[in-house]
Design a protein around this ligand. Structure first.
Ligand SMILES: O=P(O)(O)OC[C@H]1O[C@H](OP(=O)(O)OP(=O)(O)O)[C@H](O)[C@@H]1O
Ligand SMILES: Nc1nc2[nH]cnc2c(=O)[nH]1
Length: 190
């Protein structure tokens, strides 16, 4: 079957994960988390904006655990299609995380800067436990000294969009995930 290509402006993107592949992987991740947190009352902390669709789908697949949600909002400076090297905190959580089982939910871990920032911020609250869940993980790019406990898909370093991930703030509403076609140069926008 020919690969589905979509054009955004003059840039070609090819299908990486279809809607049904994503939904089935999200269900598996939810089952695993549900098993690990049986009898606990975790708080899921999403990282806005990108994680909102993944987190919405994930928590609706977890019906056997009493859970709460909250959000951080971060902004990366000067980033268009590559990680920027700096993050700014735009919104912190409202919930007290001390003594809580916390699961951070990310759409993607790329350089690892965002999750590293969030980890430090949350550890300062003295949670009972802290785990990380990411739908996409650019393992060969990320520079981390801790593990991502729940990973949906390990992907190469190509720029991806859809299912919460933006192209210049647009295209988050695509139900599938697309990657910039390999031969196309990645511009940093700097
Ligand atoms: O591992 P990193 O290199 O830090 O990249 C991952 C972060 O980049 C994206 O957020 P972005 O800052 O683009 O904001 P957004 O969620 O609003 O799209 C994504 O949602 C992650 O939070
Ligand atoms: N949309 C999008 N945002 C990112 N933030 C870090 N990596 C990516 C990526 O591949 N796509």
């Amino acid at each position: 079957m020919p690969e589905e290509i979509i054009w955004i402006g003059d840039e070609p993107f090819q299908l990486l994960f279809s809607e049904s592949e994503i939904q089935s992987r999200v269900r598996q991740m939810a089952l695993e988390i549900e098993k690990d947190y049986a009898g606990k009352s975790p708080i899921f902390v999403g990282v806005l904006n990108g994680a909102f669709i993944f987190m919405g789908d994930l928590i609706r697949q977890i019906q056997g655990v009493d859970l709460e949600i909250d959000f951080y909002k971060l902004s990366s400076y000067g980033k268009e299609k590559a990680s920027a090297g700096q993050v700014q905190l735009l919104k912190s959580v409202d919930t007290k995380l001390a003594g809580r089982d916390v699961i951070v939910v990310e759409d993607i871990v790329d350089s690892g800067l965002s999750v590293s920032y969030i980890r430090e911020a949350i550890l300062a609250h003295s949670p009972k436990s802290l785990r990380f869940c990411a739908l996409l993980f650019k393992e060969s790019v990320a520079d981390l000294d801790f593990i991502i406990d729940y990973v949906g898909f390990r992907i190469p370093k190509q720029f991806v969009i859809g299912y919460g991930l933006d192209y210049k703030q647009l295209k988050r509403n695509l139900p599938a995930i697309y990657q910039l076609v390999d031969s196309h140069p990645i511009q940093t926008g700097k």
